[in-house]
Design a protein around this ligand. Structure first.
Ligand SMILES: *Cc1c(COP(=O)(O)O)cnc(C)c1O
Length: 355
């Protein structure tokens, strides 16, 4: 380990000094005879249900279950209202508005920049190479004393590929910044997660989500894995009840059931992805289908924007990335059901015959 990472060096001063809001549930979390401490309605909810009580602010039962599934301790885990909450809290914790900066490697997920902008944090951009890999020495060269976070997304959105493991490792070992590895698509990837390296690297943060492989985008539940010190800071500054009781209960119910269902769906999506990649290559106008370790394909196609508009007109919505640097003339296509994919292919062929 060549870096000299220290979390207290990196944290904002005001965050270090913050005394967290203490919830009624913090003062007493056992099962009491009578709870008269939180100004809740004692009679119950208006429909007779028991949602009158505040939920567990730290989601312990749910975290215990996730801890078994992921093989990561509860103390190394933070749950947020989507991964997006984790992204935003990292800015709040580590980046002084108007002073600090972070490094992004575009083309990549949009939230790192949006969240930086709302927090008044400068983004230094070090573009990916033509084959969508990291420019390692350029990234390390652009670190200055105000650089707090390096955002890496692997598999990357919208390019669909895994970033080279040795590149990520080199950056982690040779910088004193926080290195966030966003693994929203890791379940579809051919390489293992970074969550098992948390004990080796105190500057690594891993983001995962229930929104993609788990099929739970609607409930808004994201996971952040990091050192106990980092997790403790996030717990201190998060909104007190960031995950509603409904979501905690529902997620716990889903995760107590048959987890094989997820593996089966992931397998099906991967199979369908490979099939689609092959079929798309043969469609007129398709110039390249990039390799994918995710649940979508980036496709370089003649007249990408016209194709996009044509598909919209037919009621099929894909993501037009054709104006983004390195993704010129490209569409990002999520893998759908076999039937949906067949319809997409049919319309792409139709577009060609109409020209
Ligand atoms: C979809 C996606 C997420 C998930 O965000 P949630 O807020 O958890 O739904 C995170 N990162 C990337 C790169 C994504 O594409």
């Amino acid at each position: 380990m060549k870096n000299t990472f220290s979390i207290s060096h990196l944290l904002r001063k005001n965050i270090q000094q913050i005394k967290p809001y203490s919830t009624a549930r913090d003062e007493y979390s056992g099962v009491a005879l009578i709870n008269l401490d939180a100004n809740e309605n004692p009679f119950g909810s208006i429909d007779g249900s028991l949602y009158n009580r505040y939920p567990d602010p730290y989601q312990i039962e749910l975290k215990k279950r996730i801890s078994q599934i992921k093989n990561v301790t509860v103390e190394n885990m933070f749950l947020g209202n989507g991964s997006d909450e984790g992204i935003d809290l990292l800015y709040t914790a580590f980046c002084n508005p108007g002073v600090d900066n972070v490094i992004l490697c575009p083309p990549t997920y949009g939230m790192y920049k949006v969240s930086a902008d709302t927090n008044d944090i400068l983004c230094k951009e070090v573009a990916l190479t033509e084959d969508f890999q990291l420019q390692v020495s350029k990234i390390l060269d652009s670190i200055d004393e105000y650089t707090k976070i390096i955002w890496l997304c692997s598999p990357n959105n919208p390019t669909a590929n895994l970033l080279r493991k040795s590149d990520i490792q080199y950056i982690v070992e040779n910088s004193n910044c926080l290195v966030v590895i966003d693994e929203a698509y890791i379940d579809f990837a051919s390489e293992p997660s970074w969550i098992h390296t948390l004990h080796d690297y105190s500057n690594v943060v891993v983001l995962q989500t229930f929104s993609k492989a788990w099929g739970l985008a609607n409930i808004r539940l994201g996971m952040l894995f990091a050192s106990q010190e980092i997790i403790a800071v996030l717990n201190k500054i998060k909104l007190p009840y960031n995950i509603s009781g409904l979501v905690q209960e529902y997620a716990l119910k889903v995760l107590s059931g048959n987890l094989e269902a997820k593996d089966i769906m992931v397998e099906q999506i991967i199979q369908e992805r490979e099939k689609m990649a092959e079929t798309l290559t043969k469609v007129n106008g398709v110039r390249k289908v990039y390799p994918s370790d995710a649940n979508f394909l980036l496709v370089k196609i003649d007249n990408a924007h016209q194709v996009y508009l044509y598909l919209v007109d037919k009621g099929i919505i894909v993501r037009d990335r054709s104006k983004i640097a390195l993704c010129e003339d490209s569409l990002r296509i999520t893998i759908g059901t076999p039937q949906e994919n067949t319809m997409l292919i049919a319309q792409l062929r139709e577009f060609n015959t109409k020209r």
